[in-house]
Design a protein around this ligand. Structure first.
Ligand SMILES: Nc1ncnc2c1ncn2[C@@H]1O[C@H](COP(=O)(O)OP(=O)(O)OP(=O)(O)O)[C@@H](O)[C@H]1O
Length: 297
């Protein structure tokens, strides 16, 4: 079994007692070398989880280990790009990249940074850049550091479709060539489908789905037919149109294909069904189980 990029055990976080739990009872393992989509509705706890892994927040309960160390110890090996992408507004693009090189003298990879920032006007001050250009610069700093783990909070949100496509390509090539683990939160489900091989769905502060995207998809089926009895399968979502019932289920045994038309859901279909059905039971594939949890199970 490969090492863990992130391992959370009973992880919980609150921003104040009156505010309730932003994240609660989160236990999962993300193996190294994966490109992981972190998805969930607004306020689900995605940014909180990334900030805890980056060591910017301390857990209120439980623990999180990153690359086998505490988040603080792992910091030199991590690049974290937050949603607001803090950069120095008075510096130029070239100065910002120079500062990146000075801050990471042992690992700085100019060519990697240029693959993303090369198209930016090098003499422009950061404060004059558009939102998407600032995102490019923040991602270039992150990649130039040549980290083992990239934690990216909605990195593509303000990029145009061509830029998204190009940056996703650069990130995927990076992961393939260097074994970099990438965790990327996003609301753009279609974009994640081809790019990410691992999935964490967080909702209401808890992990609802975790594991290899292919395995999670393969555990589910869309059943369509005129029968009504879906037992023994776990129904995530169902709807009736006329006499026809369509249900997205987690299979709990063989499906009676004389009664049902059976198809595999797309990742987007699966995620939307889980987002609409917060009461559906959680599913973590074996690789996503925290080791401590496995040891005590
Ligand atoms: N600095 C903060 N102070 C107080 N509460 C916060 C703070 N940051 C987040 N929260 C609360 O914690 C919960 C989780 O927020 P978080 O930002 O982690 O969600 P998210 O999944 O990243 O959401 P989004 O998709 O909208 O970015 C929310 O209820 C939010 O209101």
């Amino acid at each position: 079994m490969t090492g863990a990029a992130i391992e959370a055990n009973g992880l919980g976080m609150t921003y104040g007692r009156k505010r309730g739990w932003a994240l609660r009872d989160c236990s999962f393992r993300l193996p190294t070398g994966r490109i992981c989509a972190l998805v969930g509705p607004n306020g689900a706890g995605k940014s909180t989880l990334l900030s805890l892994a980056a060591g910017l927040l301390r857990p209120a309960e439980g623990s999180v280990r990153v690359l086998g160390s505490t988040p603080a110890e792992a910091r030199p090996r991590i690049a974290y790009v937050s949603q607001d992408k803090p950069l120095y507004p008075q510096l130029t693009v070239a100065d910002t990249l120079w500062a990146g090189a000075q801050l990471n003298p042992a690992s700085w990879d100019r060519a990697a940074a240029d693959r993303i920032a090369g198209v930016l006007p090098q003499d422009a001050k950061v404060r004059t850049l558009s939102g998407g250009q600032r995102t490019r610069l923040a991602l270039a700093l992150a990649l130039g550091k040549r980290p083992e783990l990239m934690l990216l909070d909605e990195p593509m949100a303000d990029l145009d479709p061509l830029a998204r496509h190009q940056l996703m390509g650069v990130l995927m090539a990076e992961a393939a060539e260097h074994g970099t683990t990438i965790v990327m939160s996003s609301h753009i489900l279609t974009e994640l489908e081809g790019a990410c091989d691992y999935l964490l769905l967080v909702d209401g502060g808890r992990v609802r789905l975790g594991g290899e995207s292919d395995d999670i998809v393969a555990a589910h089926s869309v059943l369509t037919g005129q029968a009504r009895d879906l037992a023994p399968h776990t129904v995530v979502e169902s709807r009736t149109t006329g006499r026809q019932l369509t249900a997205l289920v987690r299979r709990e045994g063989p499906v009676d294909d004389t009664a049902w038309d059976v198809k595999e859901p797309s990742l987007e279909e699966l995620l939307l069904a889980h987002l609409r059905s917060p009461e559906a039971p959680a599913l973590l594939t074996p690789s996503a189980h925290a080791r401590e949890e496995v040891a005590t199970a």
